[in-house]
Ligand binder design. Structure first.
Ligand code: FAD
Length: 264
């Protein structure tokens, strides 16, 4: 079987999130990294192989600018055998719909049996790409998966939900986004890091995978960001001082403060 893992390059978590007031998009300049949520999806693919399933290939797929090749190198060091980078100026400004369509067209050309994703990207945090990709590919979509067992072409999954857990069976092919509770991604060995750059990489432009230029980029997107506003500044907290060493009185005031706000 072939497993495709969708991976994304995102601004490093240590960099403060910024919005570009001119483009109204996330400012993605500065230090970047592989989306940490995607490391769980790669680890899940590797564990399916290590569990004894016949996995012929694990392919990491990304849509992103030239720099996104670093995220693919990281994915390769974590266990992907090969990678595909969809990169084209026409893709800049794509929203969730256009990104999902472009990724689905790229995946169509790969014909995977299983598509794995992270639960969210660390920058956009839309949690939706899995569903959009599945819709285009006409495959079942399951989200927040925290356990999966493969038996032939059937996956038995546990989904985390507000009320507990769903146990679901699904027949491949399918698109599964994994929750970060599914596993503990391994650290790549030095040998794996050194070997990653030598693994095969295909670079695709939109024409190579049959993407309609009118359906991607800012013009092809279905949403428009009208305005961006910074979050309101946090109000300063209330300082309760232990005046005159009156510990009992101070504790009473703290308890009353918490009680008023139904925090205790
Ligand atoms: C108006 C607008 C303009 C935008 N312009 C740009 C732009 O110019 N450049 C830009 O990079 N982004 C741009 N984006 C954001 C980009 O389209 C988002 O990456 C996309 O909408 C997916 O949302 P998300 O990253 O929050 O994914 P989520 O749904 O939160 O991510 C879930 C999972 O999907 C997978 N995934 C998500 N994105 C990708 C990807 N690109 N490649 C591979 N796997 C992926 C990962 O596995 C991830 O864990 C724009 C968004 C909007 C609304």
């Amino acid at each position: 079987m072939k497993i495709a893992v969708l991976v994304k390059e995102v601004p490093d978590a240590a960099v403060e999130k910024r919005l570009d007031p001119n483009t109204k998009r996330i400012d993605r300049s500065g230090e970047k990294n592989l989306n940490p949520f995607d490391t769980h999806a790669i680890e899940a693919a590797v564990q399916i192989r290590e569990g004894g399933a016949q996995v012929d290939e694990i392919v990491a797929v990304t849509m992103g600018p030239e720099s996104a090749s670093n995220a693919l190198n990281k994915a390769a060091s974590l266990g992907a055998d090969r990678s595909v980078q969809l990169t084209d100026d026409a893709l800049a400004g794509s929203d969730v719909w256009a990104t999902g369509y472009a990724l689905a067209k790229t995946l169509e050309a790969e014909a995977p049996d299983l598509v794995l994703l992270g639960q969210q990207s660390d920058d956009g945090e839309n949690y939706t790409i899995g569903a959009v990709v599945a819709d285009h590919l006409k495959m079942p979509s399951l989200t927040q998966v925290i356990d999966l067992k493969l038996d032939g072409d059937t996956l038995t999954l546990e989904r985390q939900a507000e009320y507990g857990y769903d146990t679901v069976k699904v027949t491949l092919p399918a698109v599964i986004s994994v929750g970060d509770a599914i596993n503990e991604p391994r650290y790549p060995s030095l040998k794996a890091i050194m070997g990653a750059k030598k693994k095969p990489r295909d670079t695709k432009a939109i024409g190579d995978v049959g993407i309609d230029a009118g359906e991607v980029g800012e013009a092809g997107s279905k949403t428009t960001v009208l305005a961006i506003n910074p979050p309101p500044a946090k109000e300063s907290g209330e300082l309760i001082e232990n005046a005159d060493d009156d510990v009992d009185g101070t504790v009473e005031r703290i308890v009353a403060f918490l009680d008023e706000r139904k925090l205790i």
